[in-house]
Design a protein around this ligand. Structure first.
Ligand SMILES: *[C@@H]1O[C@H](CO)[C@@H](O)[C@H](O)[C@H]1NC(C)=O
Ligand SMILES: *[C@@H]1O[C@H](CO)[C@@H](O)[C@H](O)[C@H]1NC(C)=O
Ligand SMILES: *[C@@H]1O[C@H](CO)[C@@H](O)[C@H](O)[C@H]1NC(C)=O
Ligand SMILES: *[C@@H]1O[C@H](CO)[C@@H](O)[C@H](O)[C@H]1NC(C)=O
Ligand SMILES: *[C@@H]1O[C@H](CO)[C@@H](O)[C@H](O)[C@H]1NC(C)=O
Ligand SMILES: *[C@@H]1O[C@H](CO)[C@@H](O)[C@H](O)[C@H]1NC(C)=O
Ligand SMILES: *[C@@H]1O[C@H](CO)[C@@H](O)[C@H](O)[C@H]1NC(C)=O
Ligand SMILES: *[C@@H]1O[C@H](CO)[C@@H](O)[C@H](O)[C@H]1NC(C)=O
Ligand SMILES: *[C@@H]1O[C@H](CO)[C@@H](O)[C@H](O)[C@H]1NC(C)=O
Ligand SMILES: *[C@@H]1O[C@H](CO)[C@@H](O)[C@H](O)[C@H]1NC(C)=O
Ligand SMILES: *[C@@H]1O[C@H](CO)[C@@H](O)[C@H](O)[C@H]1NC(C)=O
Ligand SMILES: *[C@@H]1O[C@H](CO)[C@@H](O)[C@H](O)[C@H]1NC(C)=O
Length: 302
C-alpha cells in the first residue's frame, strides 16, 4: 500500500473569535494554450477574510478547495498581455496571479482575490451581497526563468482586508517544457528554515491507534515578525495549547487531540502592513497557525 499524503492542518486564530481548523488541499492548476502548458502551479492556500455584518465585523477562514479550477481570464499572455492564472472556486470566488518577466527572472506581479458575499454559507450574516475585489502588487514570489518557484514554508500575503496564506508552493510560469522544471528557485523562507522536516509517513499501515498522552503545561515561546526593512513589527510571547478535532479519512472518525506548541521546534514568519499583521507559527511542517491582527482605529487609543 502506498503511504497516504500527510494531512496538513492549518489553524487560524482571530482575536476574540477563537480558532478554526482548516484542512488544506494540495491544488494543481494549469494554464494551457493549444497543447502546451505555460503556467503550472501546485499549492495550498487559505484565505482569511474580514467582512461586515449588522453587528460588526467577522473573520472567516476559507481554504482553496481541491475542486478549484482554472478559468475566467486565464491566459498565456502575449500581445502585450501578461500571463494570468485565475482559479475559480465555490460560489463565484476567484484567486488570480499575474506574472511578469525580464529575460532572467519572472515574478508574480499582482495577486487578485475576489469573493462573493452573497455566499451565505461562507459569509454568514454578511450585510452586503457585493462581489469584493482586492488586489496587491507586493506578493514577493520571484524565480529565475526556466526554474520552478518552490516555497514549502507558510507565506502570507496581505491583500486589502484579507490575507492569503500559501504553503507547499511549486509553480512555474513562462514554461518551456511540459512539466515543472526540476531546477528550482527556492524562496528565502525555505532556505532559512530551521524547522525539522516533517516525519516520514508511518510504514505500518494497520498499527493500533496510539492513545495520546495528555501533554503538560505548554512552555512560553517568543515569536516575532519583521518588516521588509528588517524592523520587528510584531512581537508575541505566549504559551499555546491546541485542542484540535478533525476528521480522519484513514480511521473514518473524528479525532480529538491536545497538542502543545513546542517553542524550540516552532518557527515564526509573517508580514505586516499599515493596518494589519499576520503571524504564522509552524511546527514540524504539519502544524501551521496563522494569527491575523487587524488595527482597529479608535479615539480611545489616540
Ligand atoms: C495537439 O496535439 C494533437 C495530437 O497530439 C495534434 O493533432 C494537434 O494538432 C495539436 N494541436 C496544436 C495546436 O498543436
Ligand atoms: C446580532 O444581533 C442580533 C440582535 O441583537 C442577535 O440576535 C444576533 O445573534 C447577533 N449576531 C451576532 C453574530 O452576534
Ligand atoms: C454593514 O455594516 C457596517 C458596520 O457594521 C456598516 O459600516 C456598513 O455601512 C453596512 N453596509 C451595508 C450595505 O449595510
Ligand atoms: C493585475 O494583473 C491583471 C492581469 O494581468 C491586470 O488586468 C491588472 O490590471 C493588474 N493590476 C495591477 C494593479 O497591476
Ligand atoms: C454569488 O453567490 C450567489 C449565491 O450563492 C450566486 O447566486 C451568485 O451567482 C454568485 N455570484 C457570482 C458572480 O458567481
Ligand atoms: C531582471 O530584473 C531583476 C530585478 O528586477 C534585475 O536584477 C535584473 O538585472 C533584470 N535582468 C535583466 C536582464 O534585465
Ligand atoms: C529558457 O529555456 C528556453 C528553451 O529551452 C531557452 O530558449 C531560453 O534561452 C532559456 N532562458 C534562460 C534564461 O535560461
Ligand atoms: C537545469 O539547470 C542546468 C544548469 O543550469 C541545465 O544544464 C539544465 O539543462 C537545466 N534543466 C532543465 C530541465 O532546464
Ligand atoms: C536568511 O539567511 C541569510 C544568511 O544566512 C540572511 O542574510 C537573510 O537575511 C535571511 N533571510 C531571512 C528572510 O531571514
Ligand atoms: C522600517 O519601515 C517602517 C514602516 O514600514 C518604518 O516605520 C521604520 O522607520 C523603518 N525602519 C528603518 C530602519 O528604515
Ligand atoms: C465510516 O463509518 C460510518 C459510521 O461509523 C459507516 O457508516 C461508514 O460505512 C464508514 N465508512 C467507511 C469508508 O468505512
Ligand atoms: C525542546 O524543549 C523540550 C521541553 O522544554 C525539551 O524536552 C526538548 O529536549 C527540547 N528539544 C530540543 C531539540 O531542544
Amino acid at each position: 500500500m502506498t503511504p497516504t499524503h500527510p494531512c496538513v492542518v492549518g489553524i487560524a486564530c482571530f482575536a476574540i473569535l477563537g480558532c478554526v481548523t482548516v484542512a488544506q488541499a494540495l491544488v494543481t492548476l494549469e494554464v494551457t494554450e493549444g497543447n502546451s502548458t505555460c503556467i503550472k502551479a501546485e499549492l495550498s492556500a487559505s484565505f482569511s477574510i474580514t467582512y461586515d455584518t449588522a453587528n460588526g465585523t467577522r473573520t472567516v477562514m476559507v481554504p482553496l478547495p481541491g475542486s478549484a479550477v482554472v478559468g475566467g481570464a486565464s491566459s498565456c499572455g502575449g500581445d502585450g498581455r501578461s500571463p494570468w492564472l485565475v482559479a475559480l472556486f465555490g460560489d463565484g470566488h476567484t484567486l488570480g496571479l499575474s506574472f511578469s518577466s525580464n529575460n532572467s527572472l519572472y515574478s508574480v506581479s499582482n495577486l487578485t482575490l475576489q469573493y462573493n458575499l452573497s455566499d451565505v454559507t461562507t459569509f454568514p450574516e454578511a450585510n452586503s451581497t457585493d462581489v469584493v475585489t482586492v488586489e496587491t502588487t507586493s506578493v514577493g514570489m520571484v524565480a529565475r526563468v526556466n526554474t520552478t518557484y518552490r516555497c514549502i514554508s507558510v507565506s502570507p500575503v496581505i491583500v486589502g482586508g484579507a490575507t492569503v496564506t500559501f504553503s507547499n508552493v511549486k509553480m512555474e510560469a513562462y514554461m518551456t517544457g511540459d512539466d515543472l522544471s526540476p531546477n528550482e528557485s527556492v524562496c528565502t523562507a525555505d532556505q532559512n528554515s530551521t524547522t525539522a522536516p516533517p516525519p516520514p509517513p508511518s510504514t505500518t499501515t494497520a498499527a493500533p491507534v496510539p492513545v495520546p498522552t495528555p501533554p503538560g503545561t505548554p512552555n512560553q515561546g517568543s515569536y516575532s515578525v519583521s518588516n521588509s526593512n528588517g524592523t520587528v513589527c510584531l512581537l508575541a510571547r505566549m504559551a499555546l495549547q491546541l485542542n484540535i478535532s478533525h476528521f480522519s479519512a484513514l480511521q473514518n472518525k473524528t479525532i480529538q487531540e491536545v497538542v502543545n506548541l513546542l517553542p524550540n521546534q516552532t518557527t515564526s514568519s509573517g508580514s505586516c502592513d499599515p493596518s494589519s499583521a499576520t503571524l504564522v507559527l509552524t511546527q514540524g511542517g504539519t502544524t501551521n497557525l496563522s494569527f491575523l491582527f487587524t488595527l482597529v482605529t479608535s479615539s480611545l487609543y489616540r
